[in-house]
Ligand binder design. Sequence first.
Ligand SMILES: *[C@@H]1O[C@H](CO)[C@@H](O)[C@H](O)[C@H]1NC(C)=O
Ligand SMILES: *[C@@H]1O[C@H](CO)[C@@H](O)[C@H](O)[C@H]1NC(C)=O
Ligand SMILES: *[C@@H]1O[C@H](CO)[C@@H](O)[C@H](O)[C@H]1NC(C)=O
Ligand SMILES: *[C@@H]1O[C@H](CO)[C@@H](O)[C@H](O)[C@H]1NC(C)=O
Ligand SMILES: *[C@@H]1O[C@H](CO)[C@@H](O)[C@H](O)[C@H]1NC(C)=O
Ligand SMILES: *[C@@H]1O[C@H](CO)[C@@H](O)[C@H](O)[C@H]1NC(C)=O
Ligand SMILES: *[C@@H]1O[C@H](CO)[C@@H](O)[C@H](O)[C@H]1NC(C)=O
Ligand SMILES: *[C@@H]1O[C@H](CO)[C@@H](O)[C@H](O)[C@H]1NC(C)=O
Length: 483
Amino acid sequence: MYDIPSELTRIYSFLLILTVLTHPISATTAAAQELRKGFTATPDSSVTSFQPLLNDSVGNYSLGFLRVDKSQLALVVIHNPSKEQVWAAGKGLLSRWSSQTRLSFNGSLVITDARTRVLWSSHTHGDRVRLSNTSNLIIEKGGESFSIIWQSFDFPYNTLMEGQNFTSDMTLVSSNGMYTMKLGPDFIGFYAKFVASSDPGHLYFQHNPMEAKARVMEGGGPIRVVVSPDGFMGMYQNSTAPVDVQPFTSFQQPGTGNRRVRLEPDGNLIGYYWTRSSWLVDFKQVPDQCDLPSSCGPYGMCQRGKGCSCLDDRRSYTSGRCDTIRVSDDDLCRKKYTVLRKIGVELPNKEIMAYTIMNSLEKCARACEENCTCWGAVYSNTSGFCYTIDYPIQTIVEALDDTKVGYFKVREGAGKDNKLIGLWVGLGLLCGLVLLSLGIGGVFLYKRKSRGVKGYVEEDGGGVGPYKNLGSASFKSVELSVR
Ligand SMILES: *[C@@H]1O[C@H](CO)[C@@H](O)[C@H](O)[C@H]1NC(C)=O
Ligand SMILES: *[C@@H]1O[C@H](CO)[C@@H](O)[C@H](O)[C@H]1NC(C)=O
Ligand SMILES: *[C@@H]1O[C@H](CO)[C@@H](O)[C@H](O)[C@H]1NC(C)=O
Ligand SMILES: *[C@@H]1O[C@H](CO)[C@@H](O)[C@H](O)[C@H]1NC(C)=O
Ligand SMILES: *[C@@H]1O[C@H](CO)[C@@H](O)[C@H](O)[C@H]1NC(C)=O
Ligand SMILES: *[C@@H]1O[C@H](CO)[C@@H](O)[C@H](O)[C@H]1NC(C)=O
Ligand SMILES: *[C@@H]1O[C@H](CO)[C@@H](O)[C@H](O)[C@H]1NC(C)=O
Ligand SMILES: *[C@@H]1O[C@H](CO)[C@@H](O)[C@H](O)[C@H]1NC(C)=O
């Protein structure tokens, strides 16, 4: 009777010894240095931040599950000493941190959820997965010698590592999804998206090549950008001579470690190098904060060398912003707005913004006033340039001369004095309550009269509806005062 279990135990311990002997590393440590077909992993419920699954040869980088906002999971590559995230599968795609979520390698690296729905896949037929010592996640095919068939460097998220080619079919996206970097035929373009529907958004910064060593040839093929281990960001066309070199402050300094550049949540591209204990900044694509599209937030004003203030003088710049409500892509013709005019302002990077020529400020302002997708306009009295803004107003730059004037639409409630808002909230609440009780009373009476009639709410919608709307409008005001 007791023979079978003990026999099993003996077989198990034999197998265990065999595994330990044949796989001394993978059986004793948490993360392997390569993944083979048949590999699967699920998130461990006891892990609070990061669960490594695969390391590079020196242990600088790990691929693993990152826990985001307690219950979400992202598949990322991190730099171990600093815990900085340098890559994310599917541009930060999230799944649930649950034992039902699974990463497997069957030739493809695949993330599946509880219903074995494929959330992300490398779509490959490979034989092994490894991580290079510059953080490139690589899928290779072969037996004797391996060849790369897929690499994470071809699918960047917000970071470019040194040696990684950034080509015209790739984009970098900032972690907040607001900014993207893409290559044009002969420039690096930076785009901001303040309205959900606009893709890729509007161009807010452009870097053109210096063409000191080679020129960009029309029809000479697409360009690419690479961060060099020597400390510069080079742009190349099809020759080895760069068409552009942007040197970092640590240019050609010996002994500097790995480098990376990242598109930050403020829309700047920042370069870093590893000093063996921390990442130091050695490059800023946009040197002046005021040239970023939203450096002082919505309705903010950036003063060069001084900092932030608000477009509306009656408001003070506290806790990093000026407005009290989140401006979204509302239809400005149906929603009420007030107008804010400001003397001595201009758009950041106006050199690359589109304009029309008008012979007076009033014409420029009127063109915007009559247009439901226009949020504001900036007019230069000397040149006659009229710039219209077709996204919610972000940061405007203080100009040195008073001939540049801004016209901005401010959505009701957004630029008002707090006391006034309080009063309106009070009145709104009172009206809401009165109307709500009237409404309930009305429905109650109606219900009593038409007992047994189905669907009275739909039929009576005309009467109840407006009360509902008012009710929700006053709730919006409450939200306003809370923030
Ligand atoms: C992989 O890296 C993690 C984090 O640094 C470490 O805990 C683990 O021991 C490493 N595994 C191997 C095989 O180097
Ligand atoms: C790997 O698994 C995924 C998800 O189950 C499946 O869609 C895919 O066809 C598989 N690939 C191979 C090569 O078996
Ligand atoms: C990284 O790998 C490359 C080749 O794969 C090698 O030449 C280099 O010495 C490695 N660097 C480190 C720090 O291990
Ligand atoms: C980058 O592109 C160059 C030229 O096409 C190529 O030689 C190099 O191997 C590429 N590097 C990577 C990491 O893909
Ligand atoms: C490379 O650039 C030269 C001009 O410098 C051009 O004539 C040639 O067609 C280009 N080659 C390819 C493959 O695009
Ligand atoms: C990688 O590891 C080596 C050896 O531990 C270390 O000298 C180097 O600074 C590390 N590089 C990075 C970028 O972490
Ligand atoms: C309204 O403004 C948008 C962007 O500012 C512009 O594309 C559009 O043509 C304008 N419409 C009219 C009728 O002027
Ligand atoms: C704009 O120019 C006109 C005439 O050129 C002048 O009358 C007007 O005062 C100027 N307005 C501003 C705001 O500078």
